[in-house]
Every structure is written in C-alpha cells, then in structure tokens.
Design a protein around this ligand. Structure first.
Ligand code: SF4
Ligand code: SF4
Length: 279
C-alpha cells in the first residue's frame, strides 16, 4: 500500500490486539536479536535485564474458575506529548538532547554517543521502557558474529530503549531514493516484533494515513491528540496526556480498565461516556 498521508508528516504507530496475544514472547526475542540487545548469564535480576519490548501478564484478579489472563506487550510508546509538539516526558528532561522527537516520523530517538547517563529520562518515563547499561555488553563466544551490522551496540553508562526499528525506516528510505521514489511503501517499513508475532497481534504503520490498518483500527481523533474513537481501543495512562503512539485493543472491559489508574466510580463514568459517544 502506498503511504498517502495527504501532505502531512508521517506518524508511525502500533496497534496491539490484546485478545490475540498469547504471551509467547516471540516479539521480545525478535526485538533483542534485531537490535543487538545483550542478555546476561544470570537473568534472574529482572530489574537489570534489558528488554526493549517486554510482555507483562495481567489477571482479572478473580479466583478460579473466573480467572482470566491477558498478556500485554510493551514497547516504547513514542509519546508525542501534549498538543503533539514532541514534548514527550523523556525528551523534555534530557539535558544532553540525547533523546529527541523526529517530527517527520513521530519517532523518539536515542543517541547513545550524546547520552552521559544521568537517567533523568528513566525517571520521567511513566511507562518504564528505558534501560540503563550497567555493564558493557557481552555475548557468548561466537555470537558476536551474528550481531546486526545495522544497529550499534551500546556501551556501559548509557540509556537505551525501543526505536521502532528506526534503522529499517532508514534502509527503506535509502532504497526508495536509489529507485527514484519519493515515498516508501507501507510494507517496506515494519518493525521486527510486528513481523515475528505468530498471532498477528501487532499492526504497525502510519497513523496519519487514513487508508492504513492502524488508522482504521483505532480511528485516532485529530482534535484530541489522537485519542482513539474506537471504544474498544485505549492507550496506557491516557490521563497523563503523554499522547502515546502505541494503542491497545480488547473486547474485555477489565483489560481496558487496567490501562489507567481509575479512581473508584471513575471507570463507570468513562465507560458510559465512551459507549454513548459511539452509539
Ligand atoms: S514511552 Fe517513555 S521513553 Fe518512550 S517516548 Fe514516552 S516517555 Fe519517552
Ligand atoms: S540518561 Fe542520557 S538520554 Fe537520559 S536524560 Fe540523561 S543524557 Fe539524556
């Protein structure tokens, strides 16, 4: 599909169908392999392990036999910030401009050689998607031969996070340039996790393109910073107005409710208003 974004900048985003995700972890493995994310011999210290894409397990909190499980993959949300001006929480606090918002794609970058490891961004990110390199990366002997040449490994003392496989975007742009095309095709730029998911739970594309599946699945409201108009879709911690570009979809009420810290009685109001708006 040609990327017709009607003269606007691209706004790459992801829609994750939580009713399809089986929690198999293929997205995590594909992401680590694609982006040279190191692992440690002892991964039991979960706070120190680096997983740009992390799959969380949620339950409805009910005892058997009413127990229900949901798996929630969580990449970087590539927040656009209030008003979509690119003032994402992490970008706003970085004193070194080591993380930046690209207005032509909506992608929040991480520039390792600028980062000096103050970790302000980690404190600012409400989604815990950023990881600090406490050690230089180490791979089992021989495995360094299988690293991706397109992604630089990170050194001790810097922060890293999901980039929406930005190197793949650059490769697609290069290919288009050589072939004298101005735009890339939608399928030319897909993230590794999207391609690896055996359940087809992840859809990736340009939210500004009304013809693309990601746009049609969530129907982002241009007058409300991309808030989903599909009542089954939601973003994490919507009330913070971080304006994430990762959307989730679920038919299940309790799963959608888990997306924010609703106060007592608040969820019912939100749900009723939402349902009325979509009758
Ligand atoms: S999810 Fe966190 S790291 Fe990603 S753009 Fe938002 S604030 Fe920054
Ligand atoms: S740790 Fe690096 S990226 Fe994060 S705020 Fe500090 S300098 Fe910026």
């Amino acid at each position: 599909m040609k990327q017709d974004n009607h003269g606007k900048n691209h706004k790459y985003g992801m829609v994750i169908d939580l009713d399809k995700c089986t929690g198999c972890g293929s997205c995590m493995v594909a992401c680590m392999s694609e982006n040279n994310v190191p692992f440690k011999e002892d991964e039991t210290r979960k706070k120190d392990s680096i997983t740009w894409m992390r799959v969380y397990k949620l339950t409805n909190g009910k005892p058997f036999p009413e127990t229900e499980i949901c798996y929630m993959p969580r990449p970087c949300m590539h927040c656009g910030g209030k008003g979509d001006h690119g003032h994402s929480p992490c970008v706003s606090v970085c004193p070194a401009v080591a993380t930046d918002y690209d207005h032509s794609t909506g992608i929040v970058s991480q520039i390792y050689t600028r980062c000096f490891g103050c970790r302000y961004c980690m404190g600012a990110c409400p989604y815990h998607v950023r990881y600090f390199n406490w050690w230089d990366p180490k791979w089992p002997e021989g495995m360094e031969n299988y690293l991706s040449p397109d992604v630089s490994p990170r050194m001790r003392g810097v922060v890293e996070k999901c980039s929406f496989c930005f190197h793949r975007y650059q490769q697609a742009k290069d290919r288009a340039y050589v072939e004298e095309r101005e735009e890339i095709e939608e399928q030319e730029y897909q993230t590794a996790c999207t391609q690896a998911c055996p359940a087809g739970a992840i859809t990736f594309g340009d939210l500004n393109n009304p013809d693309h599946a990601v746009h049609q699945m969530v129907k982002p409201d241009p007058h409300a910073c991309g808030k989903p108009r599909n009542p089954k879709a939601f973003r994490l911690l919507e009330r913070l107005e971080t304006n994430p570009k990762v959307y989730y979809i679920s038919e299940r009420d309790w799963v959608r409710k888990a997306g924010d810290n609703y106060l007592e009685g608040e969820w019912e109001k939100v749900k009723n208003n939402h349902d009325k708006g979509h009758e």
